[in-house]
Design a protein around this ligand. Structure first.
Ligand code: PEP
Ligand code: MG
Length: 491
């Protein structure tokens, strides 16, 4: 596996060498030399034999080399570090560069279900849509599609359609028209307008209830490219950035430079507004491509912070990236699927250790506040014991699924998950009392549902983080409500 990836990288470099100038040729020759260096291969193999995952063994061996070059007294040698970094990343791409099979741009995807990686790898700039025989409105792809205004209909039941058949998906009415039905329908295919946040004269991130209590409205960010269509001045900040949609494979998880750039770009875009980046919530139904089943069993038991602590080599790269990006804005880091306070302690220790190493190397960084998702019922019930968390954010998608024993991507979610709303609200209410005034927000889908705004205000929530497309509905809902959730006079 490693040898093949190295050969691929060498082949790419040799092809590149054919069409560059002499200076670039020198660099490429040097990189090929590094790839052929038996010492690096031995170091990597040693780690693999000691039980390390191949990708991380490669990263650790190359990082060691890069670190040594970076410490050199000689400027010219220090400058070589970046060439090795390039080599490291080229092999990483070859090691795990497989992506899900794509489908033609501008077409409708039809299938039982869709993986988030397939959604993310696709170019949606030409439009298109999704019709799923199964799936769920609470699934991750639904969440991504909603954020990008991609028409999507789930749970259609099985229907016959062949490649090339005309088909139309209307995400607003929840209808899918196939073949003759499309021809009969006179209207041209509908595509939601490109997403814009703001536009209303009153739009900014702070709102007031009818009785004047300030409420913060932030957005949830999935694919970081979503910010291209958004206006930061209309929001209080980013209440949840799901980093697992920016870091989707083992090679991306191992690529510190790439992660620093992504986080830095989002922080700079936010222009000083708070940005909460959630560490990788992978495992369970959100597998990290390239990490085998034994390391992330599909049962939810090894997901989120549990997986991060079980695979510290993955967590440490992300921790370093976040530490390095933090000086570029107002960063908070959030841990997914926390169950026990000891998990926060362990991650805090990791942040401290990595910060000390960066300090030693003279790399600029800052230690951000560390908060947690409240989405595992056991944690919600014991929130007063989480004195070590700097802030809380309620994840109602997972809370509902774990409270109602109804997997969110399964058929039972609408029947059981939705009917469990009163139980979720009661649990949040109790947890808000246990939070004892520590900053608490809500970023699960319930925050973006205007039918729930009154109840969420009533339990004391004052900070809502929602998909950008849901902002107008929540703004409207807030106008007619008092802070205790009662209707304002005259409404
Ligand atoms: C949640 O569980 O409510 C949440 C916000 O996290 P995710 O949807 O990413 O699981
Ligand atoms: Mg969750």
């Amino acid at each position: 596996m490693l040898s093949a990836a190295i050969e691929t990288a060498v082949g790419e470099l040799e092809r590149l060498a054919g069409c560059v100038d002499a200076d670039s040729q020198d660099i490429i020759d040097f990189q090929v030399e590094v790839l052929r260096d038996p010492t690096i291969m031995e170091l990597t193999r040693g780690r693999i034999e000691a039980g390390e995952n191949t990708v991380f063994a490669w990263v650790a061996a190359l990082d060691g080399y890069i670190g040594e070059l970076g410490q050199s007294e000689e400027e010219e040698i220090r400058a070589r570090a970046v060439d090795i970094l390039d080599v490291k990343n080229r092999v990483l791409r070859a090691l795990t560069g497989t992506s899900a099979a794509d489908f033609p741009r501008g077409t409708i995807y039809v299938g039982d279900n869709m993986e988030p990686s397939r959604f993310l790898a696709h170019d949606w700039s030409q439009g298109g849509g999704i019709a799923l025989f199964g799936g769920s409105v609470a699934g991750h792809v639904a969440l991504l599609a909603r954020a990008r205004s991609i028409p999507m209909v789930v749970r259609t039941g099985r229907f016959a359609v062949a490649t090339g058949d005309p088909i139309r998906v209307d995400g607003v009415t929840g209808t899918v028209l196939v073949r003759a039905d499309v021809a009969r329908a006179s209207a041209s295919p509908k595509r939601a307008d490109p997403l814009k946040v703001g536009g209303s004269a009153t739009a900014d991130g702070t709102h007031r209830t009818a009785d004047g209590v300030p409420i913060l409205l932030s957005i949830n960010l999935n694919d970081p490219d979503e910010i291209n269509a958004l206006d930061p001045t209309a929001i209080a900040g980013i209440g949840l950035m799901r980093s697992e949609f920016a870091v989707r494979s083992v090679s991306e998880a191992a690529n510190e430079e790439r992660q620093v750039l992504i986080y830095r770009r989002v922080l700079q875009w936010a222009g000083g507004r708070p940005v909460t980046i959630r560490m990788l919530d992978v495992g369970g139904d959100k597998p990290l491509a390239g990490l085998d089943e034994a390391q992330q069993p599909s049962a939810a038991a090894m997901r989120g912070v549990r997986l991060l602590l079980a695979r510290p080599e993955i967590a440490r790269v992300q921790v370093r990236s976040l530490l390095r990006a933090a000086p570029f804005g107002h960063l908070g880091v959030m841990l997914p699927m926390v169950t026990f306070p000891s998990e926060i302690d362990a991650m805090k220790t990791m942040f401290k250790e990595e910060a000390a190493l960066l300090e030693h190397r003279g790399v600029p960084h800052r230690v951000p506040p560390l908060g947690m998702m409240v989405e595992v019922p056991a944690a919600a019930l014991m929130l007063d014991t989480f004195g070590n968390a700097d802030f809380f954010s309620f994840g109602t998608n997972d809370l509902a699924q774990h409270l109602a024993a109804a997997p969110r991507d399964g058929l039972g979610f609408e029947a059981y998950g939705d009917n469990a709303v009163p139980a979720v609200l009661r649990l949040i209410g109790q947890a808000m009392n246990l939070a004892r005034g520590k900053p608490a927000s809500i970023c699960g889908d319930m925050a973006g549902d205007p039918r729930r705004t009154a109840e969420l205000l009533a339990v004391g929530l004052r900070h809502f983080s929602v998909a950008p497309i849901q902002l107008p509905a929540i703004r409207s809902a807030l106008i007619g409500l008092n802070a205790d959730g009662t209707r304002a006079a005259g409404e």
